[in-house]
Design a protein around this ligand. Structure first.
Ligand SMILES: NC(=O)c1ccc[n+]([C@@H]2O[C@H](COP(=O)([O-])OP(=O)(O)OC[C@H]3O[C@@H](n4cnc5c(N)ncnc54)[C@H](O)[C@@H]3O)[C@@H](O)[C@H]2O)c1
Length: 257
């Protein structure tokens, strides 16, 4: 699908990988709708991007909030062609704490609720809106969905049971999602990033960031959000990509810690 004049709904678009996708879509002449909890950053980014961008304060983990976001996008633009789901959190906690107590069930459930259920929540609503589009282009597609997994889906580290499970869930739903949506002419893909230089990592001390980068085979550096956005652009434009999770990690395989 060509991005020009298409409408992209980007969850988690106020920061990091999602913000880079918002910039890429606007640069390519598409319309951007950012759905994010972060009112200040989201509104500022939407105002800065060209092409009439929209920000909707959204909690992807809640059905009513996501429904309101999709309704607001349809009210403004009349359609959704591209859904990019980047909203997520990455807390770390061991299953048994230093004092011997088990990790709380609420802590595990919160990560699943935001990362996995939130991704599915945005996906189901965007897909239903896309199904109403007229088929576009040579491949007669109605829409494309790109979700964000993680290499932790395959090599979760110590303290990442919840995060890894949430991302493995996103990886696992990719193929059945593509199969479900095939009859509607909608593609579904996921990207599994390695370690990217986003606000998620900005809080880490410089030596920790350097040691993270040193563990990456080649190029020995943190990934840039623009490199993630470049892959998302290719996924949107290449209509033969469907039902797959693509690692974007410079050959990184995460160690236990
Ligand atoms: N940065 C990395 O190294 C890396 C690696 C692998 C996967 N990822 C994944 O990429 C995605 C984006 O990460 P990032 O590094 O850009 O992080 P980030 O913290 O910069 O951006 C995440 C965004 O999600 C939003 N968000 C969080 N909870 C939300 C909710 N309930 N509803 C709506 N918005 C919510 C935040 O407000 C924020 O704007 C996440 O799913 C993350 O797990 C990141």
């Amino acid at each position: 699908m060509r991005i020009e004049n298409r409408v992209a709904l980007i969850s988690g678009g106020a920061s990091g990988l999602g913000a880079a996708c918002a910039a890429m879509i606007a640069e390519d002449g598409g319309y951007v709708a950012i759905a994010d909890l972060d009112q200040a950053r989201g509104a500022a980014l939407a105002a800065q991007l060209s092409n009439d961008s929209l920000f909707v304060c959204t909690d992807v983990a809640r059905a009513d909030s996501a429904e309101a976001a999709v309704a607001a996008v349809l009210a403004r633009f009349g359609r959704i062609d591209i859904a990019i789901n980047c909203a997520g959190v990455c807390p770390g906690q061991r299953v048994i704490g230093k004092d011997g107590s088990p990790m709380s069930l609420d802590a595990f459930a919160r990560v699943i609720q935001i990362n996995l259920i939130g991704t599915f929540n945005m996906t189901r609503l965007a897909a239903a809106a896309m199904a109403k589009n007229e088929p576009m282009g040579d491949s007669a597609e109605r829409g494309v969905i790109v979700n964000t997994a993680s290499v932790a889906a395959y090599e979760g580290q110590i303290g990442q049971t919840a995060y890894a499970a949430s991302k493995a869930g996103i990886a696992g739903l990719t193929l059945p999602l593509a199969r479900d949506l095939a009859r509607h002419g909608i593609r579904a893909m996921a990207v599994a990033p390695g370690i990217f230089d986003t606000p998620l990592l900005a809080g880490l001390p410089e030596d920790v960031r350097a040691s993270l980068a040193a563990g990456v085979p080649f190029p020995q550096a943190l990934g840039q959000p623009s490199q993630f956005a470049a892959l998302v652009r290719h996924i949107v434009e290449n209509s033969y990509l469907n039902g797959e999770v693509i690692r974007l990690d410079a050959a990184l395989r995460m160690a236990p810690k």
